[in-house]
Design a protein. Structure first.
Length: 122
């Protein structure tokens, strides 16, 4: 009887632990919030995230996350997974700069340095 009570208690405790779990990191949550505001059909979106990478962007310390998003366009068709780059600047004064920088990297507006070498985005 004591073993049964212990088993039931451990099951209930485990359920409470699992209910509080969230599978997305803070970085991922911020990107998902950004996508929710900027995609035509956010509810259809599927996304994958890479791990954050510490870099320098135009000389400022930052973290970038490569992520891939597949969502429906205006015609209702999926676009396929598109690679995007989201930057998080570590200096608190630059919080407003946290954003998707994919297009800026493509045209050369943002220069990303990682381990003393430039990353070319193609």
């Amino acid at each position: 009887m004591k073993n049964l009570w212990l088993f039931c208690t451990s099951i209930i405790f485990s359920v409470f632990l699992l209910v509080g779990c969230d599978s997305h990191s803070d970085y991922e949550k911020q990107i998902i919030n950004y996508l929710e505001l900027n995609l035509k059909d956010f509810d259809s979106a599927k996304y994958k995230f890479e791990k954050p990478i510490k870099v320098k962007i135009n000389g400022d310390d930052a973290y970038i996350i490569l992520f891939y998003v597949n969502s429906k366009n205006s015609f209702g068709a999926y676009t396929g997974f598109n690679e995007r780059i989201f930057a998080f600047f570590t200096d608190k004064d630059k919080q407003y700069k946290n954003k998707d920088i994919t297009e800026g990297v493509k045209v050369g507006y943002y220069e990303i340095e990682y381990l003393n070498k430039r990353i070319k985005y193609e």
